[in-house]
Design a protein around this ligand. Sequence first.
Ligand code: SAM
Length: 247
Amino acid sequence: MSSDEDAHLNPSLLGTKDYWDSLYDLELTNHADNPSDVGTIWFSDADCESRIYQYLTSDELSLPPTTTFLDLGTGNGHLLFSLLEEDDFLADGMVGVDYSQKSVDLARAIAAQTPGAEDVKFLRLDIIAESPELSVFGDRVADEEGFDVVLDKGTFDAISLSDGVVDDGTGRRVYEVYPERVARWVKPGSGILLVTSCNWTEEELVRKVVTQGSGLEFSGRIKYPEFTFGGKKGSAVCTVAFKRPQG
Ligand SMILES: C[S@@+](CC[C@H](N)C(=O)[O-])C[C@H]1O[C@@H](n2cnc3c(N)ncnc32)[C@H](O)[C@@H]1O
């Protein structure tokens, strides 16, 4: 492995909770003034949410309406609402979590005025620091081993920009424990984790998530338009699916 493969991202404000609390505070005020203003929709220029929807409703996956979803770092909850637009999935199987209470307040306010989305559950949860039982996510998953689909759009990116270090004596940056922390919410055997990033290339994202401790394996990718720059091909955003094999 070259040292480049081990490189951390430089910490930035987007890796701090204060940044997200102030952003959602502002977006809550804007939404209260103008209910059609739902705030930032990350990666909308890459048409990310409709690509995720197409992937999840493809014949390859053939997910039933009862599919359960956990959206990590849900922000305004827009990704979950976008999956409800065509009536393929049921809102009561969806949970969005975020460590910013203001995000949870914003997502709940939008859900309350989005027909069909009233049953989506939003909870405040720090996905790195807290390890709740599945029952906190509600009845639909309380007796299951995990969610069918765990979504992350931009949250691993934000966590990768934190300079925080885990309190287990290993000196690891918080993003390095992300794979083992989130893997436990993916249903073994059939569940998937779908991570969308603009900070890591697809190869880097796979290397960062498929670590020894996570038990996760690469299972697929969503295609985005590619550009060539300096003789190298790439895309501005990547989405990678990971599975958690049984046992
Ligand atoms: C780039 S935003 C993406 C928001 C949303 N997923 C979207 O696509 O619009 C990153 C989100 O991750 C949340 N976040 C960062 N670290 C987190 C953590 N440790 N636990 C839960 N949420 C976190 C932030 O509050 C923020 O809402």
